[in-house]
Design a protein around this ligand. Sequence first.
Ligand SMILES: C[S@@+](CC[C@H](N)C(=O)[O-])C[C@H]1O[C@@H](n2cnc3c(N)ncnc32)[C@H](O)[C@@H]1O
Length: 211
Amino acid sequence: MSDYFLKMNRLPESEILSMMRKFAEEKKVPIINDEGLVFLLFLVKTRKIKRILEIGTAIGFSAINMASLDDKIIVETIERDQEMYSIAKTNITNAKMADRIKVIFGDALEIDDEQLSRNYDLIFIDAAKAQYIKFFEKYETMLNNEGIIFTDNLLFHGLVGTDEEIKSKNLRSLVSKISDFNDWLKNNEKYESVFFNIGDGIAVSTRRKNG
Ligand SMILES: C[S@@+](CC[C@H](N)C(=O)[O-])C[C@H]1O[C@@H](n2cnc3c(N)ncnc32)[C@H](O)[C@@H]1O
């Protein structure tokens, strides 16, 4: 998105969000980019989303942004890194949102499901990219009938879907796993998915009526 359009789109602003942006940049913590965030918040607003599950909290930036849109929005967000978890908790308390954003510590593929309230209007998958199929399969059962699953980083900095030679073996393997997820999602008969060339590549999936 051009800088001009980014300026035309108003994102939530607060002292704490500015500090978090700065922190993420300085400490190289990956957070959703502005273009992806504009799109995510647009969906939350227009679909009147109130119950959100996020997989991958980091410092709580996207969670606080989503919860900033409406006092009735609740977010449950899962983080497996102890340091990120602690920082997110502090940020959420400072943003005075601890009553609406619950951070759950643990690996999203291993945590006890009893900690989750289910019936989500939105599931935002933003954790280890190699595990996207597993996250999707585990959590789709907790989605409301009309809910959406939002997956980010499907182009992985433009490396997915190109013939560009990737030297690093680990990176090649990750890119191949994301590409496998994209194909799996495209062919998933239970969900209708639309892929957007927005941010780092986003898919929005909704349950098919006969799915
Ligand atoms: C891209 S960051 C999340 C950014 C955040 N959603 C935002 O935009 O502000 C991904 C986070 O997912 C966490 N993570 C990765 N795999 C995970 C897993 N299996 N369970 C829980 N958290 C995980 C990482 O520790 C990292 O903090």
